[in-house]
Design a protein around this ligand. Structure first.
Ligand code: BGC
Length: 716
């Protein structure tokens, strides 16, 4: 593998929170922010476990922050190692993307003048999701005396002021380890963690502090001597096993028997296999090569492996942002990578949408519609979890309408189902799960379309399209056109099902009440839905009245570091032709084959200068890049691509502290594969129309089509 280290050469306490996000590690079961083992004032230590939701004010539900398993305190004589005291004489941190290992070396002189070298590394095993490890090598430079290493399970952890945990139990194990058992207060989910410390030549004791059982190793050290401490952790929740106590005890015992090195080797081997399918190599542009690999790493560590009732949240498992909720970010931005590189993982996440159909049905019913209306923000059950009111930047409350009227998520889920099926040919999935999603989402659109007798057209009014700078709009082109697409596709799938699996077809016809008159109604909606556009110019109007809004030259606001919405105000922005992110262009991107190149070009020219690409949504630039490259404007494409690729590596938006921009990571992959590689999924297979940026000498990657790997090796 090419370039695979993300490096930090000096500790910067100002950038601490963004770096914690940047150095997030994980294994598809949990994610852990890159905090330091010994702790640091003001840190945002966080371990988020898929599916471990608990009730929360405002956000309805959120992932409960689990105890910080990397906790390891080093005491030199009387002094505790901490980077904000004493002197840092050397510092290096690196995330090895090839193995998911995070390392840090520090040469530290204590306030009393003792110098030590510390080398930490940690991994969340990809071979066994329930195993975590931290290794600390301590070498004395000039110190002689006692050192102590304290490995704890700090259970008293909060989510920004909210304590989700109830203490259940803590105890020692015969093997010298300790166990902590907690339970979430609202959702009553159990969490068990066990830890052991292995240090050759040290005396081990247990400190049974309330909420924080700790194993302590003490040893004498002399200059030139090294002590190696291995902290092993086992973790289970009540979602995984009925008895977390038995599970963690047993897992810790097997981990201790295997030892740190063997456990790491198993994880490294799993990572090697992982990258065989997922890696993309860009030759001639090291920055792009590393940035893309970093994006894929973050997607891979967030993707659930053995659990199909969870999916990747907007900030993955790396920060407070959006509280672990799942958006269209997953289906439209991240899933294409999984569908083509790791279809097994894509399938898991589509199953999540299948299992949350009951929540989507409840939402439709409660809103007065039929079928399945997916939640704009989704969590454990699929019920709507978008906050209705949030505190504004200048005090006061802001009403968030997305949960009520940002409807397009429903067809976005359907779109991902079809894309997965086209690429994989997974008919069993379509028969057993996908078809039901497509048909029930169609049922929703059929009931949501409003008939207007005067114009003899169907309309969908009072919505929010992808561009959230405008709300309560009528006839959003994206929403209406994708609704039509959803209805058309459902009819096609029903025909397919009748031939391929007549029993299942009949079952769904009965369960979803797919009567001939309902299907006739769908056809009528398809034929007579309004999609605002100008046949003369080929321009699609983003929503009714968009063309009569005030126009503005975005360049007049440069230089700036804030979004246009922030600068102009939420209400004021509504009156302008300014987009938060591609909207009509997003539609043309998703349904590319249904539009001619001239239409795409005209709309591109119209909407691009009106889109707040730098400070609007981070979802925008990757897609803008892919579209530009597909039209042959490689230079413009590269600009958007590299901006997108730097989002978290350089914290270009200044909000990385809230968590990884996971949709952006997926967009970076799409810019490269669908944009510069020009990959299309066709009936006959995958095709490539490469248009490589200046300087790129080679682009290599592996995709999967209908169960078989296909290797691409593209040159300029
Ligand atoms: C974007 C949405 C996105 C959400 C979560 C918003 O700012 O406008 O498109 O789904 O963030 O990432």
């Amino acid at each position: 593998m090419h370039n695979h280290y993300v490096i930090e050469d000096a500790f910067n306490s100002e950038a601490q929170h963004a770096r914690e996000t940047l150095f997030t590690t994980g294994n598809g079961y949990l994610g852990t922010r890159g905090v330091f083992e010994e702790g640091y004032p003001g840190e945002q230590a966080m371990t988020l476990i898929h599916g471990l939701f608990d009730d929360a004010p405002i956000f309805h539900t959120e992932l409960a922050n689990a105890p910080n398993w990397v906790h390891l305190v080093v005491v030199i004589g009387e002094e505790r190692f901490r980077m904000e005291r004493g002197e840092i004489l050397g510092y290096h941190r690196e995330l090895d993307l090839a193995t998911g290992v995070l390392r840090r070396t520090v040469r530290w002189r204590s306030p009393a003048g003792h110098t030590v070298d510390l080398a930490f590394e940690r991994f969340a095993s990809l071979a066994d999701a329930h195993i975590l490890g931290v290794r600390c090598r301590l070498t004395s430079v000039d110190y002689a005396g006692l050192v102590e290493l304290r490995a704890g399970l700090p259970g008293f952890v909060e989510n920004t002021g909210l304590l989700h945990w109830e203490w259940r139990d803590q105890y020692r194990l015969g093997t010298g380890g300790v166990v902590l058992e907690l339970q979430t207060r609202g959702s009553r989910q159990a969490l068990g963690m066990a830890t052991a410390l292995q240090v050759e030549g040290a005396t081990l004791t247990v400190q049974d502090c309330d909420w924080q059982p700790t194993v302590v190793a003490a040893a004498e050290i002399a200059p030139g001597q090294t002590l190696v401490a291995d902290k092993l952790v086992a973790i289970y929740t009540g979602r995984d096993v009925p008895d977390v106590r038995a599970a963690v005890s047993y897992k810790l015992e097997t981990a201790v028997a295997a030892g740190y090195e063997a456990l790491r080797a198993a994880s490294d081997a799993a990572w090697a296999t992982e990258w065989e399918s997922a890696d993309v190599t860009i030759e001639g542009d090291d920055e792009a090569d590393l940035a893309l690999r970093y994006s894929l790493f973050q997607l891979l560590i967030a993707a659930p492996r053995n659990d199909d009732r969870v999916s990747i949240p907007a900030k993955a498992l790396s920060g407070w942002g959006y509280r672990g909720h799942v958006f269209w970010d997953t289906e439209i931005f991240m899933l294409p990578f999984f569908t083509l590189a790791r279809p097994d993982l894509a399938r898991n996440m589509l199953h999540y949408r299948y299992h949350t159909l009951p929540g989507a049905r409840r939402k439709a019913r409660e809103s007065g519609y039929e079928g399945a209306m997916y939640a704009w923000e989704s969590a454990a059950t699929g019920d709507e979890t978008t906050p209705r009111w949030v505190p504004g930047p200048e005090g006061g409350l802001i009403r968030i309408w997305c949960g009520d009227i940002e409807l397009h998520i429903t067809s976005d889920v359907a779109y991902a189902v079809i894309q997965y099926w086209r690429a994989t040919g997974d008919d069993a999935f379509m028969r057993d799960y996908g078809a039901e999603i497509l048909l029930d989402t169609a049922r929703f659109w059929g009931s949501r379309a409003e008939w207007h007798a005067e114009s003899e057209r169907y309309e969908i009014n009072d919505v929010i399209g992808p561009d959230e700078y405008h709300d309560h709009v009528n006839n959003s082109a994206y929403t209406n056109r994708m609704a039509v697409w959803n209805l058309q596709t459902a009819l096609e799938i029903l025909d397919w099902l009748k031939v391929q699996a007549p029993t299942r077809a009949a079952e769904l016809e009965g369960a979803l009440d797919l009567t001939p008159s309902r299907l006739e109604h769908w056809r009528d909606v398809i034929a007579r839905m309004v999609v605002p556009h100008d046949p003369e110019t080929g321009l699609i109007e983003q929503f009714d009245g968009f063309w009569s809004l005030k126009s503005v030259n975005l360049a007049d606001y440069e230089p700036r570091t804030k979004s246009l919405q922030f600068l102009l105000g939420i209400e004021e922005t509504q009156g302008y032709q300014i987009l938060k992110q591609p909207d009509v262009l997003m539609l043309l991107y998703l349904l590319e084959s249904e539009y001619d190149t001239e239409t795409i070009k005209r709309n591109w020219d119209y909407y691009t200068p009106r889109t707040d690409l730098t400070y609007g949504s981070s979802l925008g630039p990757g897609i803008q890049a892919a579209l530009a490259a597909r039209q042959g404007d490689v230079e413009a494409a590269y600009g958007h691509f590299i901006h997108s690729a730097r989002t978290d590596l350089q914290d270009v938006r200044g909000n990385s502290h809230e968590g990884i921009h996971a949709a952006t990571a997926g967009g970076v992959w799409q810019a490269v594969i669908f944009g510069f590689g020009g990959i299309r999924i066709t009936e006959a297979g995958l095709t490539a129309t490469p248009r490589l940026p200046q300087g790129w000498t080679r682009l290599r990657f592996r995709l999967h089509y209908h169960g078989k790997p296909v290797d691409f090796d593209l040159r300029p």
